[in-house]
Design a protein around this ligand. Sequence first.
Ligand SMILES: [Zn+2]
Length: 617
Amino acid sequence: MKSLSPRLRVIVLIICFGLILPIEVPVAWGQSKSAGSKSRGKTRKKSSSRTTRRGSRSSRKVATTNRPSFDNVISANRAMLTEASEAESASAKIDEGVLRAHVKFLADDLLEGRGPGSRGGMLAAKYIAAQFESLGLEPATADRGYFQQVQMIGSMPDPANKLVVRGGKESEETAEFKFGEEFVGGTDLEQNDIPIIGDIVFVGYGIQSLENKWDDFKGQDLRGKILMIMVNDPPATSSEPNLFGGPALTYYGRWTYKYEQAARIGAAGVLLIHTNESAGYGWSVVRNSWGAERFGLLPDGKTPALRLKAWVTEDVARKIAQMGGYNLDQLRQSAASRNFRPVGLNAKIEMMMKTQVQRMTSPNVVAIYRGIDPTLKNEYVVYSAHWDHLGIRPDQSGDNIYNGAADNATGVAGLLAVAKAYTSLGIKPKRSILFIATTAEEQGLLGAEFYIRNPLVPIAQTAANINLDLMNVHGVTTDITPMGAERSTIGVAIEELAKENQLIISTDAHPEQGFFYRSDHFPFAKAGIPAVNFDPGTKFVGHSDKWAEEQTQDFRRNRYHQPSDEYSPNWNFSGMVQQARLAFQLGLRLANTNEMPQWYKGDEFEGARLKTIGRSQ
Ligand SMILES: [Zn+2]
């Protein structure tokens, strides 16, 4: 079958299955023949055929073995009716050659690690735009361009900065804490010297959550204050085992939430308390990532900003509490309760924070494939994948190019291949498809965050986001891992898809580590858009689970965010083909379903969605 053209292959399949199911075939055949027609009537008919397809599933028998072959996994039970055969034939445009070519180019040394703001980064962005244009996708910006320019600032803290705390009723006691060793800090502001003066208030976990009925601020006016905050979310109790997701980490527990929430209520700054156990890593990790230049979005005047975003060691937090007349352990204990109220310490910060700030601009590459339903074409399914990686480190000897082949030349290749599949559909989808290759993901999801602050299509009309980051280079799997699928009705579509392709759905193995909050789908989720990170499967055909785990560990240890994340001619692209085809089919399904996906009740992002679509909680 491999040697046949995709279209021919579909026809052969239809004929083969037609012999088994003579009743359904005339319908399928008739619709298939009219596939070239793009009239509304035809697409309407298509959706009503869904029930037929589902109903017939049990009667469809495909030869199965314990280890299904690649073609079986991908195309089992397909090509029965128009929609399925359409999807199948367009899916076939996603092949190894396409994916390999994109990855090889994007991960080439010539692109110097695709750092945002660098020449290599621009080469990558222009390459992607050229691909979009050659596929005939519409440019998505208001002035009909493919580049949405993201403005960022990089700020480099002066290592001589000191955190100065004055304690006691008359501020008679002063302590100075050293940058790097005892605290690290940055800012949201585009300013070199920032005076920071403010009373310190301990606000426990610093959380305000409707669905958990939790509010650490209790309506107190905390404008201009410096908030001392614990990381993670409050522990579940025996009476409330699912409080804040039980053992899973919710977004309220992430340090990024703490900063955002503090800014929203008008605080001037934040001191996050680092403990090895709450972070899962030592102080050195905090010091390394905050001691160097950090990037953020250029303040836009409408998004709340913090003057000081700092981390302190546990010892420093203890000292500050004590200077302010309290015991840190007692404070933390009181924070585990709903009745907790902010505690104003008899202590304040007085310091000048010196930083070197510079601007940087780098584009999200954006394009639209227009749907055909008169109403639904104004709604969008978004595919995203970040094109950036860590660039080049001239000060480093040896290979200093961070090629980011797996992370994330693969995701961009997947995105481009999915776009190609859409453009080869005979019948366009009902909803429109927006493709975003984001910049500066490695700097803190900045491209995606910027997009959400400056959306090119209305957030309320954005149906779903499918994100591709780190695709499968190890071969075909018998499962998929759509991270976040269980949170929304996207999961229902995925279940259908998995069933039809004889795949099982694996779930996030480490929900306590909060991976859901660490790639570009997350800013979409936060804005209320149902989202999945379409991760590779974990059960590889012909390999044991142990082997799979070894591949993961090997990548984490020896390649992840290192110059050795390079393209290898030994990569097995068949799994990436499978993954990209499934991502395509999932989006197509979401684009053709009458209802937009919804969060399940009580999910932490449901509130944001209800707000944007104008329904209160
Ligand atoms: Zn990545």
